[in-house]
Design a protein around this ligand. Sequence first.
Ligand code: G6P
Length: 608
Amino acid sequence: MCGIVGAIAERNVAPILIAGLQRLEYRGYDSAGLALLGSAGLVRLRREGKVAALEQALKQAGAQGGVGIAHTRWATHGVPSERNAHPHLSGDALAVVHNGIIENYQALRFELEAGGYAFASDTDSEVVVHLIHQQLQQGADLLAAVQHVVTRLEGAYALGVVSADEPQRFIAVRSGSPLVVGLGIGENYVASDQLALLPVTNRFVFLQEGDVAEVRRESVRLFAADGAEVQRPVHEFEGAHEDAEKGEYRHFMLKEIFEQPLALQRTLEGRLGGAEDLAQMFGERTAMLRDVQCVQIIACGTSYHAGAVARYWIEALAGVPCQVEVASEFRYRAHVVPEKTLFVTISQSGETADTLAALRAATHAHYLAHLAVCNVPSSSLVRESELALLTRAGPEIGVASTKAFTTQLAALRLLVLALAHARGLGEAALSQHLEELRQLPNLVEKALQMDAAIQTLAEDFVEKQHTLFLGRGTQYPVAMEGALKLKEISYIHAEAYPAGELKHGPLALVDKDMPVVAVAPRDDLLEKLKSNLQEVRARGGELYVFADQQAELQDEAGMRVLAMPTVPESLIPIVYSVPLQLLSYHVAVLRGTDVDQPRNLAKSVTVE
Ligand code: G6P
């Protein structure tokens, strides 16, 4: 998704902007640009493709300035190209960067064109810069112009605005798209994500919806949507700076896959003490769990798959009906809220537009409570939810989610145990489940030892165009996640099916050119799954099975078996996800794709 960085300082801010954009690259983008205010007035540079191309252009131009805004664009309106890249200009003194979508841009564009403005791009964003220009022409100063223009915009946006006529400040706005102010010493910044600014500060102010910030070298003033000046608290970033570095790993994704034992340990730390810990999960509000009669889970992408696993756990262990739905569907359909329903959102970033919108709509409905399972404590989702369960995975940079997924599952497992205990699960059973969870980091460590074998296996997939992933029970969502990983980063078409459904359609596709990946732990459904595997073999399909050592499955013609460590049933979905992550990673590396920033995708999807 689009990323914004802005800075004002006595020194040249160009390196801060470029470093910030580089740290936002993980969000996904197709072009980049910046505007600098220096002795030569306003200089704008834009490039299609990577930030490195913009950096090169900057070097050649030798542009410098004490004020600047920069942007990575993820195309929504208008193809990825230099002319559609931000910043957009109006006249030669005013520049704007925008993240989000201006829904009423067509009407505004007609109006501006009728007023004599010529458009230089196909974007929705360009209307913003001309509207501000119009206000400036009518005598407003930059702050007043921006404050007026935002009242005319519909949709979601974060903005950065600079004017060569007012080089002592720049203006930023947050309304529906994330934006954070960073506080330095004698210099200040804004960015879409605090990670972008970690090299220059660890002190942040999170803007609230509708806030307008006037950023100067020595001060930052904030104005709420009604124009009143407001104070917002300053937060110190507590994570480790190095989490956002690749270290010895070739890709962030690989680093994040191998970080999982540690990430899981952090997620579980201080939470495995027993009934007392669980009863305090949400302080006094934990008592509410006794009243839960239904759970509604909402999420997108990988987080949705975590929710799909949790549904099996909630119904089996807590005996409470549970529904799981992707946010983009849920938010636009009429739905009935059963009495005493707990509303749960799951999100790595806590900024996903659809998930946030679903939460906002849910706050007007009669839910028992709103709970966010989230990885970013300072995110909008956490701040706007009544309750939060943090996953503590640390920053996840690879677009394809890995450690965020497994830590979500671990956190959800804790939630399910708390819910089950509140509804009568006995102490002995609870201790047994907690004991199993304690083994989780070690078991994931063991699964990671399969890396070399999986790397070899990946060679069989490189030339393929299609794959099928099969699982049953909690392994069905694991298969869905495995298929999503493979398609996201290797661009091989991958589809997941509950193995029992195979004969109702996808079996028609099976032939030697379509590898079929199956997850076969030792559980109640193993024998059923084995019959499904026979259905594939009988049609000449090539099977790749991740199976429990004691599943009595062996290599044979048409079937490769990879032995998994024996895992308690409760942990199967978490541990079996790991080899599927490794498989997609190695296939993508062999195919030479951009593993950490796959084409067309974004890490944090802040538009609808
Ligand atoms: C994007 C990312 C996925 C992620 C999904 C939901 O599509 O590429 O990796 O699962 O958004 O994001 P969230 O931050 O809400 O978990």
